[in-house]
Design a protein around this ligand. Sequence first.
Ligand SMILES: [Zn+2]
Length: 340
Amino acid sequence: MAVLGATVIRRPGAFASAAARRMAVRARAVAGRTVVLAAVGLIAVLAMLSAGCGSRGSDGARGPVKVIATTSFLRDIAQNVAGGRLTVGELIPVGVDPHEWQPAPADLAAVARSDVLIVNGGGLEGTLLKAVANAGGHARVVTVSAGLAPRVPKPGEPDYGKALAVDPHWWLDPVDVITYVTNIRDALVAADPPGAGIYQANAAAYIQKLKALDAWIRAQVATVPPAGRLLVMNHLSHGYFADRYGFKVVGAVIPSVTAGASVTPAQMASLVRTIERLHVKAIFVELEENPKLADQIASAAHVKVVTGLLDHSLTSSSGPAPDYIAMMKYDTHVIVENLK
Ligand SMILES: [Zn+2]
C-alpha cells in the first residue's frame, strides 16, 4: 500500500526525513516564541475582549457560529459533524506534538473570537485551558472525552507508579471516538439549534464510518499472531488502542502518558531486558518525537525502531493522513506490518 512508503526504519543519528526535521525545527521555534510572548498575549487578548471582540456584531446580531478545535484530528472529526454548515478551525499546527504545544498570543486571540472551543481533555491541553480561563472570552468549552473512563493499566503491564496522570489518548480507539462525535454533535446543536438536523444526520453517518474503521482495524490486527501483539512506543500513547485490539503494552521509552517526561538509566535498562525476554519486534516512535532514546534502547536490545507514526497529528492534504480515519489506517498498517 502506497502509504507505507513514508514509513522509515531509523538509522541512529538521522532524522526520518527532511519533513520530520522541518517539523522538529518548527516545533522548537513555536515553543520558544510562545514562552517569550505568552504574557504579552494575555494582555492583548484581555484588551480585545474588553473592546467587544467576538462573533457578536455591533448591532448585537450573531454571525455564523465560530468553532475551533485544538488538534488537527479533532478539527477533522468535528468538521465531519459540522458538514458544510460550519468551518472548524484548529489551533495546534499539523506536525506539532500537542503534549509540548503552548498557545501563542494569536492562538488565544482565535479562542477569544470563537463560540465553541473543542478540546480533547484528559490533560492534553492543560496549558491552553489555563490560559483561556485567565483570558476570559465567551467560548463554550466542549471536552470531547467527557463520559469516557480513564485507562487503568492492565495486570502484567510495567508498574510506572502512581505519578502517571490521566491517559488522554482515547482517540486512538475509534469506538471511543463515537463518544467524541456525540459530544461534538450535542455541542453544535446547543450552539446552533437551527442546524440540529444537519448535525444529527452528519454525526450518525460518521459514526457508521467509525464502526467500519473499527472492523477494518480488527481485520488487519487479526493477521498478527496474538503472541506477537506486543507494543513498545516512545511514550505510553497506545493503551486504549491496545485494550481494544488485543495488544499488550510491554513498556515505553518514556514511561509517561505525556511525551515530555524524564526517563532514568535504570528504566531504560529494564526496558531493554523486557524487549529481549519477550522477543518484541519493534519500538514505534511518533513523527514529532525525538527518537534518540529509542535508538539507544533498540541498539542495546537488537530490535528496529520504526518512526513516523502519525497518531497525534494529521498530515497536510497531500500526506498519508489528511483525515482522522486515514491517520488510524496509516498507523495500523505501520504497526501490523512491523509486528507480523
Ligand atoms: Zn501522546
